[in-house]
Design a protein around this ligand. Structure first.
Ligand code: ASP
Length: 444
């Protein structure tokens, strides 16, 4: 049994968190490959180490002294080391880094040092081997990860060892350090799990899994126990943010279960994510997996009599949006009428060009633009087994005076999407949560 475990910034924030991480790792002998983030915030208003490193680089770039920021960075790690009574020689590491900075260090290399120092300290604390990510995680020239080189490299370097690996970065073919985008340690962990054919990828953070709804809108929203990768994609598309977007690909390819856990509540099982779940009871309560949503969409509706009988009409409409690089979120249709739902932020910069081109290409009888729409998705793989779900959604929203402006159901029956006015957004989510989660739980 092998578990690859990744600890995020809040789990690495200070000596107290390091101790929790050690207890978690030592509690299960299968947890032998550890990926760590840079130290995160210790309290609200504190700074993430990675942010300070970006700031440090900006100082260098503009020729402003970065001494005070650099001291803050070094101080955070020295504090952890000393509080844990470790002997890690950070001083020579900091001195060598300062010399690299004086010669002109790349932004990627400098910001990657947050994870590098975290991993050095954690390796020392656990008595595990420190394994530099640049030794195994190899990028191609186009910036994609070269799994054919990286996977065997990690298998060889980690064979028979217990290791701690910095997340967030790897090396380009010429050896230079390259980082992922922000939050990228999640991807490093997923790649390591895939490389080693792990039995599980545990992603430890500061929430007990993915919540059924945004806790800022639904007080006391409960965590999702199990979900599929497709459901995760649906929910994260509409803003449920827990993992870096590119995390799931490596583990999904190998059907490695992904378990989101809470370092501050290690007894909680968290959320488990897989391709599919065998022998699931079909009609139990909680047949809804989650509710997510986002504000600020625009709906463009074109109507022209006879349009649905003419091949190519929809293609022409979509082509216009493509020409301006506006991604289409949903495209509900009726007879002789097509709607396109787009994020307003993507549409705004080219709104008039798009509308002018649609006018020219489609010659619609009517072109209507509705603004300030919020999209809310009810997601659940078990909905397919239940009749009446959409009826219940509409009834609940209607009872609460929420007007539905758009309806769309994905062909896989994994979601039901509704568009409401921005101002009804929070109320829609609260209504659906209490109707589908709280009432169902009471029935149980
Ligand atoms: N430390 C990096 C960041 O703050 C990467 C990570 O934590 O995943 O974005």
């Amino acid at each position: 049994m092998l578990k690859v475990v990744k600890f995020g910034g809040s789990s690495m924030a200070d000596a107290k968190q390091f101790e929790k991480v050690r207890n978690i790792i030592l509690d299960d002998p299968a947890r032998t490959v550890v990926i760590v983030s840079a130290a995160g915030k210790r309290f609200s208003g504190d700074h993430k180490l990675t942010d300070l490193l970006y700031l440090c680089h900006a100082h260098l770039q503009y020729g402003v002294s970065c001494d005070s920021v650099y001291e803050m960075i070094c101080g955070r790690y020295i504090e952890v080391r000393d509080a844990l009574g470790l002997k890690t020689d950070l001083e020579s590491e900091f001195k060598a880094l300062r010399e690299r900075m004086a010669k002109g260090i790349s932004q990627d290399e400098l910001v990657s040092r947050g994870e590098y120092f975290s991993a050095m300290l954690m390796a020392d604390y656990l008595g595990f081997t420190f394994l530099d990510a640049a030794k195994w995680l190899k990028f191609r020239l186009d910036g994609t990860v070269d799994t054919e080189k990286s996977y065997p490299a990690l298998r060889e370097l980690a064979a028979g060892k217990k290791v701690v690996i910095p997340g967030f970065y790897g090396a380009m073919p010429d050896g230079r350090i390259k980082t992922f985008s922000r939050g990228g340690s999640d991807i490093s962990g997923a790649l390591a799990a895939a490389a080693l054919d792990a039995d599980c990828y545990e992603n430890w953070t500061d929430v007990s899994g993915i919540l059924m709804a945004d806790p800022r809108i639904v007080n006391g929203a409960i965590p999702i126990r199990s979900m599929t990768y497709s459901e995760l994609r649906e929910l994260s598309y509409l803003g449920a943010q827990v993992l870096h977007e590119q995390t799931i690909l490596p583990v999904r390819e190998k059907d490695i279960p992904l378990n989101i856990r809470n370092t501050n509540d290690p007894a909680h099982p968290g959320t488990i994510i897989r391709e599919k779940f065998e022998n699931e009871p079909n009609s139990n309560a909680n047949f809804i997996t989650g509710i997510a949503g986002k504000k600020n969409f625009t709906i463009v509706t074109l109507t022209r009599s006879g349009m649905s009988s003419q091949p190519g009409s929809l293609r022409k409409i979509l082509q216009v949006f493509e020409n301006y690089g506006v991604p289409i979120s949903y495209a509900p249709s009726g007879i002789d009428c097509y709607s396109v739902v787009v994020e307003t932020a993507a549409f705004d910069p080219c709104r008039y060009e798009v509308l002018a081109e649609l006018e020219k290409e489609i010659h619609a009888d009517k072109m209507k633009v509705i603004e300030e729409i919020a999209v809310v998705a009810v997601v659940g793989r078990k909905m397919v087994f239940r009749t009446g779900t959409s009826g219940k959604i509409f009834a609940k929203l209607g009872e609460n005076g929420i007007n539905i402006r758009m309806i769309s159901q994905g062909p896989e029956e994994l979601n039901i999407i509704i568009g409401v006015k921005n101002e009804d957004y929070e109320k829609a989510i609260q209504t659906l949560y209490s109707g589908f989660v709280e009432e169902e739980a009471e029935k149980k």
